[in-house]
Design a binder for this molecule. Structure first.
Ligand code: ATP
Ligand code: MG
Length: 141
């Protein structure tokens, strides 16, 4: 499913000159397929949109038999530390000088968080300004 989404995004990746790298264990979770797709799409959209030309996105899928881990890391502009707490709020956009020109409504991560919670999972954010962002979604298998 994730590979399908990456293929679907190929035109955007070409345009933005961003390369996606996937490493995946064979991982199955009980999830709503449409919502899961929407979650990955939103996270990938951010990882590409807030990246730089020639940048990279690393998707890593693993599991430990009980939980599945979906890690999406980008080499983009990152989120300033004082804004990181708020990015999951509806309509919140971390308005750095770099991201101001980038279009969005600020709903993507609020939707993602909602989907993760509906699936009894957790979401964690790790980001450093000017270096990149890592989002880790953990779902029960
Ligand atoms: P939408 O997703 O609704 O089109 P959006 O991308 O602005 O708009 P969110 O996906 O909710 O909204 O993200 C909220 C804010 O968090 C963004 O405006 C951006 O400032 C910051 N952000 C999210 N993901 C990243 C990322 N991978 N790298 C840098 N900043 C990010
Ligand atoms: Mg978004």
């Amino acid at each position: 499913l994730i590979q399908d989404i990456v293929e679907f995004m190929e035109p955007v990746l070409m345009e933005k000159k961003v390369t996606v790298h996937c490493t995946m264990d064979d991982t199955e979770v009980w999830a709503d397929r449409g919502l899961f797709r929407e979650m990955i799409m939103n996270l990938l959209d951010n990882a590409v949109k807030y990246n730089r030309p020639g940048g990279h996105v690393y998707i890593d899928v693993r599991h430990d038999g009980h939980k599945a881990f979906f890690v999406i890391r980008d080499t983009g502009i990152g989120i300033p530390e004082d804004k990181q707490q708020r990015v999951f709020e509806r309509f919140y956009r971390a308005d750095s000088s770099r991201s101001r020109k980038i279009k969005g409504t600020g709903l993507g991560l609020a939707i993602v968080k909602h989907i993760v919670e509906q699936h009894h999972g957790t979401i964690a954010l790790n980001s450093k300004e000017n270096e990149g962002t890592t989002i880790t979604v953990t779902l029960p298998m």
